[in-house]
Each structure stands twice: as structure tokens, then as C-alpha cells.
Ligand binder design. Structure first.
Ligand code: ZN
Ligand code: ZN
Length: 402
């Protein structure tokens, strides 16, 4: 339970009124801010309660979706950070509907169609999200071209090359050849992919409207998803081209789940982490957390590919492979949330006080960087909400420092 700030501050001398509310000095950033549960300038929790942990890092309240803990395995509030609560719900249902469609195609024996839908499902949802949140501001063609488009192009090139590298080797008999293939699949290709996937998105780094880490994160995820589409199309081109329209569904159920969910999530999340870390570097904040992110992305990808290959090689049940992939993808996903949460708190710039409606708690607020009521970082609000902010200067000359 949150301790009302009015109780904590009862002992302090009264401060000048901020029109409707009261202005108080934040214990953490020393700015004068409208009274609220969270500081609108630095995002710190203003209450002191053992349950909420460190009020400055407030890990019980994820800055993009304050209703959730930072350590929470949620796909949509992590990879689609601009979505409000209601929209998250819609996107979840859209994913479920897409998966149901794939299942139907599978049951009808339309494997080629099922593979195609699986390849495009999550990337298309992401395209809708980019449109919904207007992350690209006024440059949709440039942003989509360098993220999803660029990822797709590098995905085509790299996968064509790697498919040629791996296939001939695997035709040799013997342990050495197998080990070589395994090394390539388990280490070489994942590392190569992580190096190549972020490249197109980097061309957007110096563009003025996209300097926030949350922009880099979204661009990285988009590039990773574009890559994932190309990878699936090339790797399964033989199946897509040569399989008759109607086939026996056979053992396709788990591979389809990998193609529709876990592979795109892995490719999007790892590149999201790496591009977000590069954006942090551009802001002069590449530290332990960012190095950790790059490491988690690389190790996660290696564990995913190597583990899947070894389990398949050892003839484990395909369900075990899928469970392995789900568990492994969870690691980078949670790290991405952690990275975004701390970036949002650390990069809190003074956006000027303005009247707006919080996209998370729907309260009408006067705020700078964070909703004083629920603590949402308003940089993560959809662009149309950010554009509808109405400036409202604090009355009575309160401190504007930092
Ligand atoms: Zn503060
Ligand atoms: Zn709010």
C-alpha cells in the first residue's frame, strides 16, 4: 500500500500553491514539484514504505507501465512500451487470433500458408504498433525503411550466405563435421546476426527527434523483426516452394510455434537491447548496465540457437525444444525492461510543466516528465498524447533548476 505523501510531509512547512495542487520539494532531485505519489521531474516514489523498496529506482513500478514490476515477463509492455493498458489488451487478442489462424491452417494441412503467417504475425503487429504510437513522428518512410526494411534486407543477405555455409558442411559425415556445424549454428551465426541486425537502425541515431533511448529500443526491435521475417522466408524457402499446398501436418506444430513466437521475440529483443545500449552510448551513458545488456543479448541468442540445435540433435521431444526457447527468450526480455526502466528514470529531462492526460492512469495531470499520480514516464506516451500537452508554467516562481 502506498503511503500518502501528505502524511509523510505533514511535519514540513507549507509551500506555495501550484494552482490546484500544492508544490513540494522532492527529496531525491530537490526540485519543487506538484504534490503527488511520484516526483514529476525525477520519477522517484515520494512515499517511504518497506514494500516499495528504493524510492529512487522504484523497481516495483516499471516506468513505462507503472502497474507492473520491472521484473515481469510481459511481451507487450516490454517490446511495445508506448501502448496504454487498453491497447495492450487489443494487441494480446490480435496475437491470440493470429496464433489461432496458424493452428487452423496447420489442422487443415496448409503448412506453407501457416509458415508464411507465422513469419509475418509478430512483425505485422509491430508495424501496427509503430503506426498506433507514431514512434516515427513525421518520418514514417525513413524510420520504417531503416528499421523493419533495413532488418529485412540484411536478413536476406546474411541468411542466404549462412544457409550456403551450413548446408554443405552438414552433408559430411563424422563428428568433426557435426561439431563444426554445431559451432557455426550455436556460436558463429548468432554472433554474426547480432552484429549485423542493428546496423540499419544506427543510421537513425543522429536524427534529432529520435534521441531518446526508448526510440532506439523500438527501432532495434523493429529491425530485429524485419530480420526475422527474411530469415524464416530464406530458411524455409525450399519448404514454401516445394511443399504441396495440402500436406500432412506431421511434426510441424512446434516448429510453427518457434517461427511465429519465439524466433521473432528473440531476434527483436536482442537487437532492441543492443540498439538501446548504443543509444545510451550516444547519450554518454554506456556503463555496466549497457555492457550487461550486450552480454545478455549475445549469450541469450547463443543459448537459444545452440540449445535448440543440441536438443534436436539428441532427439528430444520437440516440446522440450519449445520450452527451452521460451525460457531463454524470457531472460533478454526482462533485461530489456530493466534497461528501459532505468533509462527512463535517468534520462528524465525537464519537459516543462504541462497539462495532459496520463495514458496509464487517465488522470488529468499537470506534469513534467512523470505522472505524479502513477509514475509513468511520459516520454513513453504515444506521440499524439505528447503533442497535445498544453504548457502551464508554475505560478509563484518555483525552482526550475537542473
Ligand atoms: Zn524528484
Ligand atoms: Zn498516471
Amino acid at each position: 500500500m502506498r503511503v500518502p505523501p501528505s502524511i509523510i510531509r505533514a511535519a514540513r512547512p507549507p509551500r506555495p500553491a501550484f494552482q490546484k495542487g500544492v508544490i513540494l520539494r522532492c527529496d531525491h532531485c530537490a526540485n519543487d514539484v506538484p504534490d503527488g505519489v511520484f516526483c514529476t521531474r525525477c520519477g522517484a516514489h515520494q512515499g517511504v514504505s518497506p514494500e516499495t523498496g528504493d524510492p529512487k529506482t522504484r523497481e516495483h513500478s516499471y516506468a513505462a507501465h507503472p502497474g507492473e514490476h520491472v521484473i515481469h515477463p510481459s511481451v507487450f509492455t516490454t517490446l511495445f512500451p508506448h501502448l496504454g493498458q487498453g491497447k495492450v489488451h487489443e494487441f494480446r487478442w490480435a496475437l491470440v487470433a493470429g496464433l489461432a489462424g496458424i493452428l487452423l491452417l496447420y489442422l487443415l494441412g496448409l503448412i506453407t500458408a501457416a509458415i508464411l503467417v507465422a513469419a509475418f504475425l509478430v512483425p505485422v503487429l509491430y508495424l501496427v504498433y509503430l503506426y498506433e504510437a507514431q514512434v516515427y513522428r513525421d518520418e514514417p518512410a525513413t524510420v520504417l525503411g531503416f528499421t523493419i526494411g533495413g532488418g529485412f534486407v540484411v536478413g536476406l543477405i546474411l541468411t542466404v550466405i549462412t544457409v550456403h555455409l551450413v548446408n554443405p558442411v552438414s552433408t559430411f559425415a563424422g563428428l568433426a563435421a557435426n561439431l563444426g556445424t554445431l559451432f557455426l549454428i550455436g556460436f558463429g551465426i548468432p554472433i554474426l546476426q547480432e552484429v549485423v541486425k542493428p546496423l540499419p537502425a544506427l543510421l537513425l541515431r543522429s536524427r534529432e527527434p529520435f534521441t531518446e533511448t526508448i526510440d532506439g529500443l523500438v527501432f532495434g526491435v523493429a529491425a530485429g523483426l524485419g530480420f526475422s521475417v527474411a530469415e524464416t522466408l530464406i530458411r524455409f524457402s525450399d519448404v514454401i516452394v516445394s511443399t504441396p499446398v495440402h500436406t500432412d501436418p506431421g511434426s510441424w506444430s512446434y516448429p510453427l510455434l518457434t517461427l511465429a513466437v519465439f524466433q521473432p521475440l528473440l531476434q527483436g529483443t536482442t537487437t532492441g537491447i543492443i540498439v538501446a545500449a548504443i543509444w545510451r552510448h550516444a547519450r554518454g551513458r554506456f556503463e555496466r548496465r549497457e555492457w550487461g545488456g550486450v552480454l545478455v543479448a549475445l549469450l541469450g541468442h547463443i543459448a537459444f540457437s545452440l540449445g535448440s540445435a543440441v536438443l534436436a540433435e539428441q532427439s528430444f521431444d520437440p516440446l522440450v525444444v519449445v520450452i527451452w526457447q521460451a525460457v531463454i527468450v524470457g531472460g533478454p526480455l526482462i533485461y530489456l525492461r530493466y534497461l528501459l526502466h532505468h533509462s527512463l528514470l535517468e534520462e528524465a529531462a525537464h519537459m516543462g510543466f504541462a497539462e495532459t492526460v496520463c495514458p496509464s492512469c487517465h488522470m488529468h495531470i499537470v506534469a513534467s516528465g512523470f505522472c505524479p499520480n502513477c509514475g509513468m514516464a511520459l516520454v513513453a506516451a504515444p506521440v499524439h498524447v505528447r503533442r497535445s500537452r498544453r504548457r502551464r508554467e508554475p505560478a509563484l516562481g518555483t525552482a526550475e533548476g537542473a
